[in-house]
Design a protein around this ligand. Sequence first.
Ligand code: TYD
Length: 139
Amino acid sequence: MGIENCRIIDLPKISDGRGNLSFIEGSVHVPFEIKRTYFLYEVPEKSERGSHAHKNLHQFILAISGSFDVTLDDGLEKKKYHLDTASAGLYVCPMIWRLLDNFSSGSVCLVLASDFYSETDYIRNYSDFISRCNGKDNS
Ligand code: TYD
């Protein structure tokens, strides 16, 4: 799976005089069943998060509040997204290196994931990631 599979997905948005409501249903609005949710908050503006890839995990990342950048890398190509709305998010398929930075003050990053937390699903070393992308490491 390459970077071309990653994309911004617009969410339903119900708006009236009381404000906006958006929702996400697994396998309906995102292309996977949702097993886990986590969120990044009180992130210092100069912080970088991510800097890893996942072997099998699908994720959907959105800026519930404020904004931040997500740079995706499939070993061949890089693409940077600026997320700044709660009504759309970024789908990230497996085997994509991601870096999150440029967090605005008070921003909240919500992540929906296709599986429970498992450290063995992480690739935290960029050289290992590139080796796997090139089919040199199947562990
Ligand atoms: P990590 O995924 O490296 O954070 P980020 O990508 O935002 O920089 O996770 C940081 C720590 O939190 C690491 O020790 C693993 C732990 N963690 C969990 O225990 N459960 C989770 O669902 C997540 C995402 C992380």
